[in-house]
Design a protein around this ligand. Structure first.
Ligand code: 4HQ
Length: 251
């Protein structure tokens, strides 16, 4: 996987080289992250990259010439790479989109600043628009780093251990079950006995049920799109009937 990041703040991306899985993938050459400084493509004496909006109003707009020169520069080397703009108007990033992006040979991530980029650049050059969530950032850089991070862990072998990203709970569309490690007792709090039983069948069932409860309590909307098995629905029906019994007594 190859990322070319177009930004006015290339030094922000050094955060990805400090440590962790992204750095390890870069070191192993499973991943490359090349930053392109948009300001380097400005041609005037002041290296101007923004200008006032036509029609007036507050804020500035990224001017087209340096940005398009930077996109052309990135596309020159790898014309097949998909040009993606980070914007609240884009497709909401979820695990499904992350997997789709991981199938690309390369992505050109365009990070806007100010009020955004000139619409003509979007019309001519932007192939896809992605949002990391319904809130407003001061620039696309942190959104680009989120995309890089989430896509990187989908690269085969990226996670290092024997388990793949597929094994983890979110690929089932459910929230993760609770995790525990040593010590057996921590400040008076124990660990669910079942996890120390060595009975892998019962542990699997406990974890699945814990995931279902976690999802029901914290993100019930996810149950609509999760890959539920018939046993899952049976378990949720059991919970529902138990709650009904309790409620009947309260009423
Ligand atoms: N932006 N997901 C960059 C975002 C954003 C988001 C606002 C993009 C500011 C200049 N990007 N402009 N949410 O809030 O991707």
């Amino acid at each position: 996987m190859r990322f070319s990041v177009l930004t006015l703040f290339p030094e922000m991306f050094s955060a990805l080289r400090v440590g962790g899985i992204v750095k390890r993938c870069v070191d192993r050459k499973q991943l490359s992250i090349d930053t392109v400084d948009i300001r380097a493509f400005a041609t005037d004496r002041h290296r101007t990259v923004d200008d006032r909006p036509y029609g007036g109003g507050c804020g500035m707009v990224m001017k087209p010439e340096p940005l398009v020169a930077a996109i052309r520069h990135a596309k020159e080397k790898h014309p097949e790479d998909r040009v993606v703009l980070l914007t609240p108007q884009g497709r909401l990033l979820d695990q499904g989109l992350t997997k789709e992006l991981a199938e690309c040979s390369g992505l050109v991530l365009v990070c806007g600043r100010y009020e955004g980029v000139d619409q003509r650049v979007r019309n001519r050059w932007i192939e896809d628009e992605i949002s990391i969530g319904d809130y407003v950032l001061t620039g696309g850089e942190l959104a680009a780093m989120v995309v890089i991070d989430a896509v990187t862990r989908m690269i085969p072998g990226a996670l290092g251990n024997a388990c793949s990203a597929e094994d983890e709970s979110f690929s089932t569309g459910l929230l993760e079950y609770p995790h525990y490690t040593r010590p057996r007792s921590f400040e008076g709090d124990g660990v669910p006995e079942i996890l120390m039983s060595g009975d892998h069948g019962r542990i699997e069932q406990w974890r699945r049920r814990a995931s279902l409860i976690e999802t029901l309590m914290k993100r019930p909307d996810l149950l609509q799109t999760a890959a539920l098995e018939s046993g899952d629905v049976t378990f949720l029906e059991t919970l529902y009937r138990e709650l009904e019994t309790i409620m009947d007594k309260l009423r």
